[in-house]
Design a protein around this ligand. Sequence first.
Ligand SMILES: NC(=O)c1ccc[n+]([C@@H]2O[C@H](COP(=O)([O-])OP(=O)(O)OC[C@H]3O[C@@H](n4cnc5c(N)ncnc54)[C@H](OP(=O)(O)O)[C@@H]3O)[C@@H](O)[C@H]2O)c1
Length: 278
Amino acid sequence: MKTCFVGGGNMASAMISGMVGQGGVAGDIVVIEPLSPARTALEQRFGVRTLPAVDASIAMVDTIVLAVKPQAARAAIMPVAQAIAGQPLVISIMAGVRISSLRTLFADKPGLAYVRAMPNTPATIQRGISGIYLEASVSAPQRAVVETLLSTLGAVVWVASEAMIDAVTAVSGSGPAYVFLAIEALERAAVDLGFSATDARALALHTFRGAAELAFVSETAPAQLRENVTSKGGTTAAALAHMHATQFTDHWVAAVQAAAKRAHVLGDELAAALQQAP
Ligand SMILES: NC(=O)c1ccc[n+]([C@@H]2O[C@H](COP(=O)([O-])OP(=O)(O)OC[C@H]3O[C@@H](n4cnc5c(N)ncnc54)[C@H](OP(=O)(O)O)[C@@H]3O)[C@@H](O)[C@H]2O)c1
């Protein structure tokens, strides 16, 4: 199976690292990446072949992974569309670029099967989660390829409609930022209570990591774990009462809904821009 990465940045590097680390053949991977230092780093770290621009050697690849920023989609995809002679599986991890736009950029070539995946930044340390949407034309063997490739970045969740990729973006794509904000808040509270900045960070970070890992290994639901540490009239109860009184969870849910709406609008804007003639 020959795989061609279009863009050799953070996400592509994380996927290639996982593929090669899990015994994938580096010689079966080619990366199109205009930046010379990035190409050298990819060749030296993983032994993959790199190209500064598309050439005829990618004509018969089995899988194409689109890993450029959405703004570079048109410039990156059009030469690829001209070079391919087979019917590869096309996996896009570009935020907000819809399959209808990909189809247009690939000049409506028949036989291509499209997949959209939305990973998140912990993917760069193989601790991410990706939401994945498969077009109906994706075959069972191609689905297995998708699962193998995206699992290199962490866990995967399948969604039944492309619109749900906007929801994935809002929940787990933007999610690390919500967690970082919560870590910042706990850190600030620790400083206000008299801890040094170093100790405040340690207290906040270890609390988040420990609680998340406990929730992962425990068979008990997070809500029950929370109740287990909340004795009546105790310290945790005092904090949670304040959070409930100020509608903390309602605000959190509304924030994620705002992100989902924004993802949809950004998708509309990108679709309109990509439908225009170059
Ligand atoms: N990072 C995340 O958390 C995350 C999460 C979900 C989805 N994504 C999506 O994943 C995609 C990649 O993100 P990333 O963080 O890996 O971006 P990145 O590090 O900027 O990587 C993109 C790479 O593609 C290269 N490139 C630009 N134009 C190209 C072209 N015409 N042909 C080939 N390569 C080209 C860029 O080179 P230059 O630097 O020279 O432009 C850059 O090295 C984006 O669409 C992003 O929305 C990222």
